[in-house]
Design a protein around this ligand. Structure first.
Ligand SMILES: [Zn+2]
Length: 316
């Protein structure tokens, strides 16, 4: 009896040629988690797979399981969302690559989804400039900013039009277009980094290493705006200035109180409200710096795709 065909929602994370006509594709799937499959004849197929097995494509997959291995057989794929905009802008594409690399680094095949699929979808949708995926789009009553000087959003300025079509390897790697229509006019470069920071704070929680931003790791005193803090990657949480002095915690990464407040708030926000939080200026820099350091420590490897972001010129 032939194995039963199954269906799932999936996002393409990797695609490699295999032999003359096949492709090996790694997906992240709803409920199933990471899954690798072989798409027989994908390189020749003009119907079943053409333009569908591209990185980041959101698909509806039909597949069958193998009795002998974890590799499934991909029967058919229906394109749900190609996230077109992030393919047309170098900054967006590079940032989506960070999300991909983090996901591939922290997951294994068939370990289950556990909310990870929704986070992945949120990250790609946000980068693509799409509205939050929710039954209702709630207004942002409160936007949190790190400091008054650096966090002013140029929302009062003229609306910036959507980007012209530029290929991934196009001539304009950076641009200053808004990412979220009708929501803000943040330059792409900064808003992409904001999404990356928010994605990572949720990502670490998702893989079971939620940074403790609520109280000092050493004295367990709750976070206070009267204290200075640093982040201890080994301990996975903030350490107050007093404890750092007493225990010589020189290796803690400096983290301002404003940044801690926003990131702690992000931990408690549902995904459809996450876009309301905006780090900017020095807060965004230090948030990404601490998250990169923490990720390096947890995953025991450098996330190569994060590197180019440290070379970009910061705006505001
Ligand atoms: Zn303390």
């Amino acid at each position: 009896m032939s194995p039963t065909s199954k269906e799932t929602a999936a996002i393409v994370l990797d695609c490699q040629d295999h032999g003359e006509s096949d492709q090996i594709v790694t997906f992240f799937c709803e409920d199933i988690g990471r899954m690798t499959g072989i798409a027989k004849g994908a390189k020749r197929s003009q119907k079943r797979f053409v333009n569908k097995l591209e990185l980041f494509s959101s698909l509806r997959l039909r597949y069958t399981e193998s009795r002998r291995s974890n590799l499934v057989f991909i029967a058919e794929a229906e394109l749900v969302d190609s996230f077109l905009r992030l393919r047309q802008n170098m900054s967006l594409y590079m940032a989506a690559t960070v999300i991909r690399e983090l996901t591939l680094s922290a997951t294994r095949d068939l370990e289950g989804d556990d909310g990870f699929f929704a986070l992945l979808q949120w990250g790609l949708r946000a980068m693509d400039g799409q509205r939050p995926h929710s039954s209702r789009d709630l207004p942002c009553h409160k936007r949190l900013h790190l400091n008054a000087r650096s966090s002013v959003i140029p929302g009062g300025g003229p609306r910036i039009s959507r980007p012209s079509l530029v290929g991934v390897a196009g001539r304009r790697p950076l641009c200053t277009h808004s990412w979220n229509e009708g929501h803000s006019a943040l330059p792409v470069q900064r808003s992409v980094m904001n999404i990356l920071a928010l994605f990572q704070i949720k990502f670490f929680e998702q893989i079971g290493y939620r940074p403790n931003l609520d109280s000092c790791l050493r004295c367990h005193q709750p976070f206070s705006v009267a204290q200075e803090y640093g982040f201890d990657s080994r301990g996975g949480g903030i350490v107050c200035g007093r404890c750092q002095k007493e225990q010589g915690q020189a290796s803690a990464i400096a983290l301002s109180r404003g940044t801690i407040k926003i990131l702690a708030s992000a931990q408690n926000q549902p995904l459809h409200r996450l876009h309301c939080l905006q780090l900017s200026g020095s807060g965004l820099r230090e948030a990404l710096s601490f998250l990169t350091h923490y990720g390096h420590h947890l995953l025991q490897r450098e996330i190569c795709s994060l590197k180019p972001f440290s070379d970009l010129r910061w705006q505001g």
